[in-house]
Design a protein around this ligand. Sequence first.
Ligand SMILES: Nc1ncnc2c1ncn2[C@@H]1O[C@H](COP(=O)(O)OP(=O)(O)O)[C@@H](O)[C@H]1O
Ligand SMILES: [Mg+2]
Length: 261
Amino acid sequence: MSQTEETVLTVSNLTKHYACGHKAVDNVSFSIRKGECLGLAGESGSGKSTLARCLLLLEKIDQGDIWLHQQPLGRINKKEARPFRRKLQAVFQNPAASLNPKLKIIDAVMEPLDVSKNDAPLFLQDVCTNRRLAAERLFAMVGLQPHLLDRYPHELSGGQQQRVLIARAISTEPSFIIFDEPTASLDVTSQANILDLLKDLQEEMGLSYLFISHDLAAVHFMSHRIMIMKDGQIADHFEKEELFSEKRHPYSKKLLQVFES
Ligand SMILES: Nc1ncnc2c1ncn2[C@@H]1O[C@H](COP(=O)(O)OP(=O)(O)O)[C@@H](O)[C@H]1O
Ligand SMILES: [Mg+2]
């Protein structure tokens, strides 16, 4: 397989400024291969979430291009982007905010498949005519008991809520998932359990991840490659094994001191 066939996402010279002229994302370029987790670390305000929102087409980009499977995303309209959006999913920091409090968990988890019934992924094909069984299959994949499907979001713990959102994200058989601080609102035990789950899912499903966190230890645990963002720019970009190398950018070394303390 050639290098390009293996590339899932390519970002080239992406720039986003806000009204004040401040460049939240400044000329950022990178690519992500199939089955790879690219980590993105950096202090609060460095532009990580803005970059994520640009990739999800939730922000209009000012310059640059985004390709998902060689398809340019940045310049197509929302309708044209729809089939690609199914391939591109996201999980954010605060699971309670991503769940409709009035919707039962089964309805939340099945929402993407309910809107496009004919597009059930391969791993749900044998149960796609039975909504309950499909939901239970998704729940098993993220380590949740089937009886939780009948509850409402407030009746679940934060860790359980985040698992529901992970189940929803994988339900469309995406090739690429963006995680923006997915464990930041969870207690330490739930954090570790969710990271283990994400790693297992990635290996089993051959998924590509952009894993964003201000926590360099979590990024190091999850990622094959790591980018460090500072003031909207990629200050440093290296293989996971090179995190502790002398060659690291002074800013990465500064973040490392926090990691090691
Ligand atoms: N909607 C917005 N309007 C104006 N400025 C924003 C907006 N969202 C974020 N910013 C600014 O852009 C910069 C990057 O923010 P953000 O992407 O949220 O960083 P991070 O996720 O790394 O904490 C910050 O200076 C922030 O204040
Ligand atoms: Mg953020």
